[in-house]
Every structure is written in C-alpha cells, then in structure tokens.
Design a protein around this ligand. Structure first.
Ligand code: IMP
Ligand code: MG
Length: 221
C-alpha cells in the first residue's frame, strides 16, 4: 500500500537551507535595514525562522491576500484583505513567500508594492514550483526547487489544515485527501504509520521516497 504522503523536505534540511538563505541576505543587504513582507498565512512559519538567521536591523510586516479558488488551486484572482502597516516608500523590500506556484499571486503583490516606490524589491521563496509558472518572476532567494506535487506542512495548508507539521510533505494522491481532508492527521499527532511516511521524532534528514521523490532537484546557489 502506498503512503498518502511522504517527507519531501525534512525539518533539518529546511533549517540548514534557511541558515544559508539568511547568510546570503545578511551579506547582500549589509548596511541596510530591509523590511521583510510576509504573505499570510503560509509564509509566516518561514518568516519566523528566516528572520532569526538574518544579522541586520530588519523590520517585518504582513499582508493578507484572498484568492478566489478551491482548497488546492490558486487562480490568480486576488484581493488585499490586510494591507501593510508600514509605508514601504524608499525602503528595501524583501517579499517572503512559502511557495511560488503559478506566480500569479506574487506578481500581483509585487505590482501593488512597486506602485509604492520602494528603493528595491526582491523575492525570497522557500519553495519554487517553477514548472507551473505562468507569470514570469525573478526569485532572488530560493530555498528548494519543488516538483509538481501538492505539498503541506511548514506553514503550507490543505484547506487550513496541516500548517504545523514540521516537515514538508508531498501528497501522493490528492484525490484521497480531497475525499478525506483529515487523512494526514497522524502526521500532526505523531501517529503516522511506520515506513516511508513515518515521521519519527528521531528523523533528522529528509527522506525522499516513492514516485514523488524521483527526479526532484534541489536548488544550488
Ligand atoms: P500562485 O499564485 O499559483 O503562485 O500560488 C501561490 C500560493 O498558492 C502559495 O502562497 C500557497 O498559499 C498556495 N499553494 C500553491 N501550491 C501549493 C501547495 O502545493 N500546497 C499548499 N499551498 C500551495
Ligand atoms: Mg494556501
């Protein structure tokens, strides 16, 4: 029996990659005080870990966007639900995203932010599902290249569930999850079955298993 989901990027891999991203950002923005803008809610987990790896006098702000779509599809039609608290005019803005899929959400957001005349605007995304890109985008800082699978965990949700799973899971068969949205609850509570889908507390490396893992590639800076 194949597992419903498997670990694509484990917590230790994520931690190490964020350390590298933080170091790169610290070097590139030396002498400046960028404002990191996170897109609620998925990006908040990544932002929380990333800022603690940046040795600069940064500030953070949040934006919330609503998408008109279902539980898994991003449609690109967006509306600002919560705007920034700060004026980003004349600031160095770094937009922090959990995942860039079609790029429609982010390209809309960037056009909104650009109209406010920041000095610079760059993107830092943990996951880049580049094969699905519709709107061309430059991602200056990228954690991992992501295969074309639905992922949950580490801030990423399925219908508002699973954001608190510490690893990033690839969902093998989305139709199973759609039929039973609570199917991955054992990954949250720690009772995931043994085998490829196991999330043992002692796990320190991501383990790429099954058909999803084959052919995924990691971004090399
Ligand atoms: P885009 O506009 O297609 O780039 O959509 C980006 C947003 O869609 C992300 O910020 C996520 O909230 C959501 N998203 C895209 N792919 C996934 C996924 O595999 N799992 C969970 N959320 C996703
Ligand atoms: Mg989402």
């Amino acid at each position: 029996m194949s597992p419903i989901a498997s670990v694509l990027f484990g917590r230790e891999d994520i931690r190490r990659r964020i350390e590298e991203l933080g170091r790169a950002i610290t070097g590139d923005y030396e002498g400046r005080a960028p404002v990191l803008v996170s897109v609620l809610k998925g990006g908040s987990v990544f932002l929380a870990d990333l800022i603690r790896e940046i040795r600069l006098p940064i500030s953070i702000d949040y934006m919330s966007i609503s998408r008109y779509g279902g539980a898994t599809e991003s449609m690109g039609r967006v509306r600002i639900v919560k705007d920034l608290d700060q004026d980003v005019g004349g600031r160095d803005v770094l937009v922090v995203e959990d995942i860039v899929d079609t790029g429609l959400t982010l390209s809309y957001l960037i056009s909104v932010l650009e109209s406010r005349r920041p000095t610079t605007i760059e993107v830092c995304a943990l996951l880049d599902k580049s094969v699905r890109r519709i709107a061309p985008l430059e991602i200056r800082y990228r954690g991992f290249e992501c295969p074309d699978v639905f992922v949950v965990g580490y801030g990423l949700d399925f219908d508002e569930r699973y954001r608190n799973i510490p690893d990033i899971l690839a969902v093998q068969d989305l139709s199973v999850l759609i039929a039973d949205p609570d199917a991955l609850t054992p990954f949250v509570t720690g009772g995931a079955p043994a085998g490829p889908a196991d999330l043992g507390a002692e796990r320190s490396e991501s383990q790429v298993v099954g058909p999803v893992g084959e052919g995924y590639s990691r971004f090399e800076p």
